[in-house]
Design a protein around this ligand. Structure first.
Ligand code: BGC
Length: 836
């Protein structure tokens, strides 16, 4: 790297052991420092929609921004840029200089657990939003980390799943957004994915890292592994994985690397190259000028609040508005009764896992409506449906062995009876696996006396990462003898646990004993990052709550009100890193669908506000008046929803993914999450090839989908006229006049799709090649120019291994969505070949 400190000279002063030490983290978030040689450490922080800092669950609070799917729905890269800038400042406030985001995987299947933290089903939209976000982050001197490189579109068996994908689909769909971001925004870091790609782990994949990323794309930043996603010593180093994360190392102990050097499996040059990337990265982050890792701070900035509210309300998509039921303006609502049902009192701000944030606050829809209109409208609330995924932990009516509130926690070496640590007052019936880093390979017993508050059945669940038992008055009520069958799912929110029932008597005391052990070592099975961790979750619920009929109360309210708004969605435990969704239907067990159906039958003015990062089944769609998709809007959730429902913000979001009616019609159906072999090794075939998202649905009848990619209504209307496409030095420029025909200001994302006329069935009918958000005053007309490059609709030819545009007639269409073309023009294009 040019200028400033000479990293090459520093490298030359390091011993080989010191160089090796730089190639893995020092701890979970930081790199290794060598103060004697002037080498500083840097700190990283998750994640894509907020900088969380070092603690996973209950660290200092942070600003929680809208999830990437919501940002993508704005179709406004400029907003992504501003959010990126703000995220960089958040990163700094947590003492970090490298943000672990954006997530750029493709929304391949609606059940994908991390779709919400990815932008879109479309490579071009993903690439454009990521470019802007990376530019925003790095404009503040903070590194973005584009992740997860690559073909990481599911969570089931994410550490070991082998993704089998054709080179064409890999290049056109999965690598393309990374290629766009690498070439146009130069992110300083790339994170490899956990999975294998065509038989080779991504972190050890020379084809991806050496040939494509560093070779063809000429990129020179830092490659780090996903957390626990390093899978080899020599192969990963040779392939180009600079940094194993987290630390301390599992693969790069000095003696192991030295042995590989001595055996000739590795050359010193490889170590030098990898270590130089680490030093150059630290230099880019300014660590040599100032090596301090600042204390974490929680800064709740007014400008972040405003930006989050703006971005979220622009990303919310209006999907249905029968009889112009929306907006619910103050005038319309004056003196009326409105039922706010379902999740109205919960701010569904973010998804689960490393993209979750301990938000400064979460505005609920109830808060926003009550605050703004509570004096003129009579609001009422009912939950209406059971939605909880895990029974809540026991936190009340428990006394530890010293008589204080909580559990007594005892830590043991396996198989021993003398605890090495005893702590009283442990707050809940859980051992958090993410916090058990510091106590590997130990056993924990939690003990407390529980005083029952109710006579009758009490539902209990217990699940552990490793073997675990739950005993009440020395009677074992739950025993798990084996390891959890999906450790990653366990860590991020829990695997479905079987409920057992015990009968309790009010006022009586019961001894609770929870015993958990680290996962059993199984010969030939590498537990990876989960090795030696302990974790257990015991949940409980009294029958009076568990078996309560919530629906009847909600229906009664809906009947007595003028309008009913049902807030549906996924809590973080239902949509999270670590596991894919269990069902296309809203959880749990159809309870939310039953709620919407019953409310729609009871109240003719029913509106559904859905907060998920993915499309879901909508069996009630025909029966409701209005539908709004909010994604995960961040900490201002309630305010942004309020803005859109009342018309303070005219909705201008567009879907970044197709909303299919049925799961069976989705492109990856039947190939998600893949097939297990006799050794429980999962392989997923991306058999749909390049037919992902609308590229697939374009070939099906329109009635297979509820809403197409790119779709979004407004409270005003737009017309397009005078569409023309002209050749330019870089490709083409499409021009169209857009007119706002009604008396309300608003915005629309104008979309251009291109497809070859008479395409063979092996090619998609069309692809998105340009889009632009235009906002207009009432009755205003705007002339919009959109540049289009030929590369954006070129295809990868597997035979010649080149990007090509075949010669022929091409249809350029201007559209309001992938299924709503308005005007088009046919242009003849000469064949063309592009360099890799
Ligand atoms: C996730 C990454 C994340 C890392 C650190 C991993 O489990 O896949 O996206 O950045 O953890 O939390």
């Amino acid at each position: 790297m040019e200028g400033g400190v000479d990293t090459k000279a520093i490298l030359d002063k390091l011993t080989i052991e010191e160089k090796i030490s730089l190639l893995a983290g020092a701890n979970i978030w930081e790199s290794v420092a060598i103060p004697a040689k002037g080498v500083p450490a840097f700190k990283t922080s998750d994640g894509p929609n907020g900088a969380r800092g070092a603690k996973f669950g209950d660290g200092l609070t942070s600003a929680c921004f809208p999830a990437a799917c919501c940002i993508a729905a704005t179709f406004e890269p400029e907003l992504a840029l501003r959010v990126g800038r703000a995220l960089a400042n958040e990163t700094k406030s947590k003492g970090a200089r490298c943000l672990l985001g954006p997530t750029m995987c493709i929304q391949r299947h609606p059940l994908g657990g991390r779709n919400f933290e990815s932008f879109s089903e479309d490579a071009f939209l993903t690439g454009k939003m990521a470019i802007a976000m990376v530019k925003g982050i790095q404009s503040q001197g903070v590194s973005a980390t584009v992740k997860h490189f690559v073909a990481n579109e599911q969570e089931t068996c994410r550490l070991t799943v082998d993704t089998i994908v054709s080179e064409r689909a890999l290049r056109e769909i999965y690598l393309r957004p990374f290629e766009m971001a690498i070439k146009e925004a130069n992110p300083w870091a790339v994170m490899t994915s956990y999975n294998l790609v065509n038989g080779e782990h991504a972190d050890s994949n020379a084809l991806l890292l050496k040939q494509v990323l560093r070779g063809e794309w000429g990129w020179d930043g830092l490659v780090m592994s996903d957390w626990g996603g390093t899978n080899s010593t020599a192969a990963a180093l040779i392939a180009g994985l600079d940094l194993e994360m987290p630390g301390p190392t599992r693969w790069r102990q000095p003696e192991v690397v030295m042995e590989a050097l001595e055996l000739g499996a590795l050359s010193e040059q490889v170590i030098n190259d990898r270590a130089l990337h680490v030093l150059d990265f630290a230099k880019r982050l300014g660590c040599f000028e100032d090596s301090t890792i600042a204390e974490e701070k929680s800064i709740d900035r007014a400008e972040d609040r405003a930006l989050i509210r703006e971005a979220a309300s622009k990303g919310i998509v209006l999907l249905k508005n029968k009889d112009n039921t929306l907006p619910l303006t103050k005038e319309k609502l004056l003196g009326k009764k409105v039922a706010l049902l379902g999740y109205a009192k919960m701010g569904l701000a973010h998804g689960g896992g490393s993209a979750s944030v301990n938000a400064h606050y979460r505005v609920t829809p109830w808060d926003a409506f009550q605050r703004e209109l509570g004096d003129v409208v009579e609001f009422s609330f009912a939950k209406g449906a059971h939605t909880m995924r895990n029974l809540p932990p026991i936190t009340e009516n428990i006394t530890d062995n010293q008589g204080g509130s909580g559990f007594t926690w005892r830590l043991y070496h396996p198989g021993t009876t003398e605890p090495v640590q005893v702590v009283h007052g442990h707050k809940l019936s859980e051992v958090d696996a993410l916090d058990s880093q510091h106590i590997p390979n130990m056993e924990v017993i939690l003990e407390a006396t529980y005083t029952a508050t109710e006579t009758g059945p009490c539902y209990l669940t217990c699940s552990g990462l490793g073997p675990s038992t739950l005993a009440i008055d020395d009677r074992i009520v739950f025993e798990q003898t084996e390891n959890c069958n999906d450790g990653m799912a366990f860590i991020f929110g829990g695997v479905p646990a079987v409920e057992s029932v015990v009968e309790l008597i009010a006022g009586q005391q019961y001894r609770i004993r929870i015993h958990t052990k680290p996962p059993v070592k199984i010969p030939g099975v590498d537990l990876g990052i989960l090795e030696g961790k302990i974790g257990v979750r015991v949940g409980h619920m009294l029958a009076s709550e568990h078996d309560k009929d919530l629906l009847t109360e909600a229906v009664k309210l809906a009947k007595a009100t003028d309008t009913a708004i049902v807030f549906t969605g996924h809590e973080p435990s239902w949509e999270t890193e670590g596991q894919d969704q269990l069902s296309f239907h809203l959880p749990k067990d159809g309870s939310q669908d039953r709620l919407v159906c019953a409310i729609a039958a009871a109240n003719p003015n029913t509106i559904v506000v859905n907060s998920t990062g993915v499309p879901v089944a909508m069996p009630w769609l025909e029966d409701i008046k209005g539908l709004v998709q909010t994604w995960y809007p961040g900490q201002e959730a309630g305010n942004s929803i309020f803005d859109v429902l009342t018309g303070t913000q005219n909705p201008e979001g567009h879907l970044p993914c197709t909303f299919s009616k049925r799961l069976e019609d989705c492109p990856a159906f039947g190939n998600f999450p893949g097939e297990y072999d006799e050794n429980r090794q999962l392989t997923v075939e991306y058999s749909e090839g390049v037919f992902v998202g609308y590229r697939h649905f374009d070939r099906l009848p329109r009635d297979k989908i509820n809403f197409p990619f790119g779709f979004g209504l407004s409270y005003t209307e737009f017309t397009f006229s005078d569409f023309s496409v002209k050749e330019s030095s870089k490709g083409f420029v499409a021009t169209v006049n857009v007119t706002n025909t009604l008396s309300r200001a608003g915005g629309i994302a104008v979309q251009i799709y291109v497809g070859k006329v008479g395409n063979p069935s092996t090619d998609p009918i069309k692809t998105l090649v340009a889009f632009k958000k235009v906002t207009m005053q009432p009755n205003e007309m705007v002339r919009v120019d959109m540049p289009i490059t030929k590369q954006s609709f070129s295809g990868f030819d597997e035979e010649t291994r080149r990007w090509i545009v075949r010669g022929g007639d091409y249809k350029f269409g201007v559209s309001k969505s992938a299924a709503d073309p308005v005007l088009d023009q046919i242009i003849y294009i000469e064949p063309q070949i592009f360099a890799l």
